[in-house]
Write a protein of this length. Structure first.
Length: 619
């Protein structure tokens, strides 16, 4: 057989499973022109160890030559074939192989080069590719986030809402629910992802200013009366609650089966609000958790209705257990994010009038918020969202309740926290491990790469505390990325927009890639200078660790590497500012004399830098 004759076919199994590396997804099939497509399918099933019935897997042929090498990029390249429509589905079982792949190599196929001839893809993986097919090229970085989110509710939820409510110690720890239990199981606020929920949250923050009508006060009084009343069972309480709740919020669907009748929420107002109740607090479980699991079932049900790829499902969740009245807000991004916004326990007493008035204000906020959400869902159904903006922040300013004037911002990707390190022995683990934390707050990823309206790429950070003066001081000296904007957004957080240092990398990443497994001494000099500039203004940086140093080539001197300080969350006045109460218990902090809620001192900065000297080249 000459080198121009086809001797084999190469098949590639498309899978997002991290357990199957790209090099193990390629299969070789001897080429036999007499074989049929059915025979090919049988061979592949045997090779992969997976059954490939037509109803579960599809076979495709690339319509453009696709190299198998390099293997580390083949997944993305093959995925791009589907996105661009450069594939042809192979159907039937009796079609002869030679009618699809000629015995002779095509002119564009180089002898000796491995080309992928067959693509295998499951129904689910094909569904996961569809959401990214219409993304504009400049939103390419969003692909991984979209695919990851589409998989969250692929499998059955596995528990009914009432079962989850009976076992909160297990289901609050579910990776699909991020509600602050345990303490380190929390995420970014729902207010970042939904302007509607942001407006509700801001009203609750200023609840004393909410004006109420006589009618809503009477309705609040009735709810409080029902809450304090003693019932023999949950059903009786629910019957009495139905009329006043519908008077306030409009008609609801009660105990309607959703998600194949795997869940029966207490009441739902479309996709905008969920109610769950218990006859008494602690009796037959946690009403709030029951509502959260009901919400998961409702969202999973939406996948069949085509809404899942258009929304992050902002929602009001109300839970009532006799005298306890709770409200939380949820959105579905990479998990169901949960924020508590209101909680009261009301019973008869001298402050009853005041308590009823507070409930009336809460009900007013919720009724207005419900209308806002209903309008949002109506707009989503009409317009859709093929850009997947629903997966990324949409913050509004705390003072105007509108987006920042320098927007709109286009978020590209969420960046992983940089303070979790696996430390190779060669890089002085006795130094670096003391500065590393366990993966405690893995859900609170708060750094994003984004684009300004003029296409300038920036880094955006969301944080409860920040010192913009310290940042601007160092940025003016070229010792920190430029601070472009610093905005207070709803939920009393800062949104920091800073320069994206192209080609820069975290100091730890630089260490890993350095032939000497060390940092240039010029980086040490820059960090030392940065601290000196801060200390001259009586400012303590507070967290001088490897992950808070960026490294980049000097634009003015090709033989020099620059160091930049980042992360100005802790910066404060010497002897006055205090370290966060929830700061990690790192050994390097302890050895330096830094303690939770302890006062910050400039000598802490100098001591932290001194402990890093072994990671730098000699002067």
């Amino acid at each position: 057989m000459t080198k121009t004759q086809r001797s084999s076919l190469w098949a590639y199994f498309i899978s997002d499973s991290e357990k199957i590396p790209p090099k193990d997804r390629i299969y070789l099939i001897p080429y036999d022109p007499e074989n049929t497509l059915g025979h090919i399918r049988t061979q592949l099933a045997a090779d992969t160890g997976r059954p490939l019935p037509k109803t579960s897997f599809f076979l495709y042929k690339p319509t453009a030559p696709t190299h198998a090498d390099p293997s580390d990029t083949v997944s993305e390249r093959v995925e791009s074939l589907f996105i661009s429509g450069s594939v042809q589905e192979l159907t039937g079982t009796t079609t002869r192989v030679e009618t699809i792949w000629s015995p002779k190599l095509q002119p564009e196929e180089e002898p000796g080069v491995i080309y992928i001839d067959i693509l295998l893809i499951s129904i689910q993986d094909l569904e996961d590719i569809k959401p990214i097919a219409d993304l504009p090229n400049d939103l390419h970085p969003r692909r991984n986030a979209i695919k990851a989110r589409s998989k969250i509710l692929d499998g059955p939820i596995g528990v009914s809402p009432s079962q989850a409510a009976d076992n909160p110690q297990k289901y609050f720890d579910d990776s699909r629910i991020i509600a602050g239990r345990p303490m380190d199981h929390y995420g970014l606020p729902t207010t970042l992802y939904s302007p509607q929920l942001a407006r509700i949250t801001e009203k609750f923050r200023n609840i004393e200013r909410i004006e109420v009508t006589e009618e809503i006060v009477r309705q609040a009084k009735e709810l409080v009366y029902i809450g304090t009343k003693l019932y023999h069972d949950e059903k009786g309480r629910e019957i009495d609650l139905k009329e006043p709740l519908e008077d306030i919020f409009g008609r609801a669907e009660w105990q309607k089966g959703v998600n194949g009748k795997r869940a029966y929420p207490g009441a739902v107002w479309g996709l905008s609000m969920v109610y769950e109740g218990k006859n008494e607090k602690g009796l037959k479980g946690n009403a709030q958790l029951q509502g959260l699991v009901s919400r998961l079932h409702i969202i999973q049900d939406s996948k069949r209705e085509g809404m899942y790829l258009a929304s992050n499902f902002p929602c009001i969740n109300i839970s009532i257990s006799s005298t306890s009245f709770e409200v939380c807000l949820t959105v579905m991004t990479h998990a169901l994010l949960v924020d508590d916004v209101f909680k009261m326990d009301i019973r008869g007493g001298p402050h009853l009038d005041k308590d009823i008035l507070m409930v009336a204000r809460a009900l007013t906020i919720l009724a207005d918020g419900l209308q806002d959400l209903e309008k949002y869902y109506n707009d989503v159904q009409i317009q859709g969202d093929k850009r997947a903006d629903y997966l990324f922040p949409s913050p509004i300013c705390q003072d105007t309740l509108k987006p920042p004037t320098y927007g709109p911002l286009t978020f590209l990707e969420r960046l992983s926290p940089s303070d979790i390190f696996a430390v190779p022995d060669a890089i002085r683990p006795d130094v670096v491990q003391k500065q590393s934390t366990a993966d405690q707050f893995k859900y609170s990823m708060r750094l994003f790469r984004a684009m300004m309206p003029d296409k300038t790429v920036v880094i955006i950070k969301f944080t409860p505390t920040y010192n913009p003066d310290a940042h601007e001081l160092l940025a003016a000296e070229g010792l920190a990325p430029k601070l472009l904007h610093c905005t207070k957004i709803v939920n009393d957080r800062w949104m920091i927009v800073m320069e994206y240092l192209d080609q820069a990398q975290n100091a730890y990443t630089y260490l890993l890639n350095s032939p000497t497994l060390s940092l240039p001494h010029s980086v040490y000099d820059d960090v030392k200078t940065a601290l000196k500039k801060l200390h001259e203004k009586n400012i303590v940086f507070g967290d001088v660790r490897v992950q808070n140093i960026m490294v980049a080539a000097d634009k003015k001197r090709v033989d020099r590497v620059r160091g930049y300080l980042i992360d100005f969350d802790w910066c404060g006045a010497d002897g006055e500012a205090r370290y966060p109460i929830t700061m990690s218990n790192l050994k390097v902090y302890e050895e330096t004399g830094m303690h939770a809620y302890g006062k910050m001192h400039m000598y802490h900065d100098r001591e932290l830098l001194e402990r890093l000297t072994d990671l730098f080249d000699a002067a």
